[in-house]
Design a protein around this ligand. Structure first.
Ligand SMILES: Nc1ncnc2c1ncn2[C@@H]1O[C@@H]2COP(=O)(O)O[C@H]2[C@H]1O
Length: 256
């Protein structure tokens, strides 16, 4: 399984793209501005989009992805998420005011976009891969995704989350995690804002990792607010984790 980080920033600026991860050629986790890094040919290969939550930095290019392919699509692009997330997308974005409701276009019988509701902690199989949403704590309903590769390796994408007992328990129940993509939006001195906006700091990440029964082989850190990248990176490096720690940047890819 190829995991390509198209966007992993907590903000915008030259070279900064918001959350979007491509799995192999046809699957996305979230559809932030990183999606705009793909070529037209790569865009046409996308068939499945798993959405973690309704915040703009994670969904802003989904409407344009569908419109881009409108005339080309012979079958719908499948959009997956738990019910609260899909309802938010439908109500607040695909509502004819912000964007057309592509679940009804060009016709209700043969639309270019189809929503599939997932249940938290229930696996969804796509070929040899499986995707399991799991609840995390953020300011809106949010799920991460546990993705099992063709070879049985586990890639966990937490999306935006803060630290709580539930996250520790959920990650421990998954068994050995090969690669954990987790956010660390702000430096330690901004812990109050991190808690209010339900994000993580390096200290909170360390507290989480200490509580894991098995250390993931790779910790992939994402969603750092651009202004604080150097500070967060220095704080992360001082943790001296017993794992490969990678502060992600757009364009990186990994094989699992
Ligand atoms: N009280 C707050 N609750 C949620 N978000 C906040 C708050 N104050 C500031 N923010 C910012 O609003 C941003 C919304 O997107 P993010 O979750 O990436 O990060 C959030 C914070 O940077």
């Amino acid at each position: 399984m190829k995991v390509q980080v198209l966007g992993c920033s907590g903000g915008i600026g030259v070279g900064e793209f918001t959350t979007c991860v491509r799995i192999n050629e046809d699957i996305l986790l979230d559809a932030g501005t990183g999606l705009g890094c793909l070529t037209q040919s790569e865009l046409t290969q996308l068939r499945h989009v798993f959405i973690s939550h309704s915040h703009l930095d994670h969904v802003c290019l989904l409407p344009m992805l569908i419109d881009n392919q409108f005339e080309l699509l012979k079958s719908p692009i499948n959009v997956y998420g738990v019910s609260q997330v899909l309802e938010s997308l439908h109500q607040h974005i695909f509502n004819w005011k912000i964007w057309p409701d592509f679940t009804q276009l060009p016709s209700v019988d043969a639309p270019v976009m189809a929503f599939t509701t997932l249940n938290s902690k229930e696996s969804f199989k796509l070929g040899d891969l499986s995707f399991t949403p799991f609840d995390v704590e953020h300011v809106v309903p949010t799920t991460g995704y546990a993705v099992v590769s063709e070879g049985g390796r586990l890639f966990v994408f937490t999306s935006d989350t803060t630290l709580n007992e539930g996250l520790i328990k959920t990650l421990n129940q998954m068994g050995p995690i090969h690669s954990l993509m987790i956010e660390c939006a702000m430096p330690n001195r901004m812990q109050d804002l991190a808690i209010a906006s339900k994000h993580m700091t390096p200290t909170m990440l360390n507290e989480l990792l200490i509580c894991l029964e098995a250390m993931p082989e790779r910790i992939l850190v994402s969603h750092i607010k651009p202004y604080y990248v150097d500070e967060v990176e220095a704080e992360l490096m001082s943790l001296n984790l017993n794992a490969e720690l990678i502060v992600l940047s757009s364009g990186q890819f990994f094989f699992l």
